[in-house]
Design a binder for this molecule. Structure first.
Ligand code: SF4
Length: 376
């Protein structure tokens, strides 16, 4: 069992909160796509004989690819890898790229799941974030998807937006309830370094929303979406029963994946590797027919920290069997540091797992880091 992630590193314009790798120089898209297909060929041995159960086209904005480019890319994947018949094949798209004709093409090409970046239904928020689309385009795109042959789709939404209130957040939640997504990714706006928002904050032209308001909006989504039948199965992810994302679940379960394209990460046999986050350097690699990447071997402490961090993010929790495979000193550390949280009901222990009480999910990172082992 394995997954493939392909990064299409281009966007029409830069969203002010985004720290993913992308370029707005769309004229290079064709060349980078060629290089991506070169990498797909070169690294076809990475997954050896493993069957690929999930494929994810992310970015950047993969919906910028025209149908010819998309077919070429997908043919190249199918030719070189062993793909499961029931593969979950997701593509990220933005509202401005959604048309009924395009949706039919995407489905014909084999894509059976979409992830659409809506973020907010308020034009004021969208302008502030420098999104390309407006709220009307989102509504049209969602209507078209609901009428299309792609029934399984995720919507990205953001809460805790600068100066947003609970009423503003409720407005977006109500709007999305008018459509039929099977999955919602609900993210808190975090201000990452090297973004326009980080610069605005530094120069005192942007003030983040308060933690209290963010927590209120997080809790509100938990309650509201539960009433709508969504299961909150991971901190930032909700799904209707049977529609959790297999691709993301594989990351959380530490199942091998191959990442193709600039900045993409791969993972297998406790080795994490990642491609250069620069389109020109990536193209040079292809021109010189010489692949290189950065690598990190995860030792037992890294593996433990990851097991804790990923386990606490999910409603399935930390798998006790996996925990029992770590050496005694690591297990002792875990039980010693977690004892008070078990007593206080922050962590819930069963025969199979130890999970974080959902009331505490908002501060999951803090709970995880309290259980980490820091190396000298
Ligand atoms: S469209 Fe997505 S990847 Fe591109 S800048 Fe906006 S958030 Fe980032």
């Amino acid at each position: 069992m394995a997954g493939i992630y392909i990064h299409i590193p281009f966007c029409r314009q830069a969203c002010y909160y985004c720290n993913f790798h992308f370029s707005t120089q769309l004229k290079n898209l064709g060349n980078v796509l060629e290089a991506i297909m070169w990498e797909l060929d070169l690294r076809k041995g990475y997954l050896e004989e493993q069957t690929v159960e999930t494929i994810y086209l992310g970015g950047g904005t993969p919906s910028l690819l025209n149908i010819g480019q998309l077919n070429q890319l997908i043919d190249s994947v199918k030719e070189k890898y062993r793909i499961a018949q029931e593969v979950e094949f997701t593509m990220e798209c933005n509202p401005e790229d959604v048309t009924s004709e395009g949706l039919q093409h995407w489905r014909d090409a084999g894509i059976n799941r979409l992830s659409i970046g809506i973020q907010s239904f308020r034009d004021h928020d969208l302008r502030f974030m420098n999104r390309v689309h407006n709220a009307d385009q989102s509504l049209t795109a969602l209507e078209l998807i609901d009428e299309s042959p792609i029934e399984n789709y995720n919507v990205d939404l953001m809460f805790g937006l600068v100066d947003s209130t609970l009423e503003d957040w409720q407005y977006s939640l109500e709007k999305i309830s008018q459509f039929q997504p099977t999955h919602l990714s609900v993210y808190n706006l975090t201000i990452e370094e090297q973004t326009v928002f980080a610069h605005l904050r530094k120069t005192k032209r942007l003030e983040e929303n308060t933690t209290e308001e963010q927590r209120r909006q997080f809790r509100h989504a938990q309650n509201y979406l539960a009433q709508k039948g969504f299961q909150h199965y991971e901190i930032s992810n909700y799904s209707l029963p049977g529609y959790s994302s297999l691709h993301n679940a594989n990351y959380w379960k530490r199942i091998p994946y191959l990442g193709i394209g600039p900045s993409a990460h791969s993972f297998q046999d406790e080795v994490r590797s990642w491609n250069v986050s620069n389109n020109a350097s990536y193209l040079r690699m292809c021109e010189q027919d010489e692949y290189y990447c950065s690598k990190e071997h995860l030792d037992q402490f890294d593996q433990y920290n990851e097991t804790i961090m990923l386990g606490l993010r999910c409603d399935s929790g930390i798998d006790i069997t996996k925990l029992s495979l770590f050496p005694t000193e690591i297990r002792d550390h875990f039980y010693r540091e977690s004892e008070h949280m078990m007593k206080e009901g922050i962590l819930i222990s069963t025969d199979q797992s130890i999970r974080l009480n959902k009331d505490w999910w908002f501060i999951c990172d803090k709970v995880s880091s309290g259980l980490f082992i820091t190396k000298n």
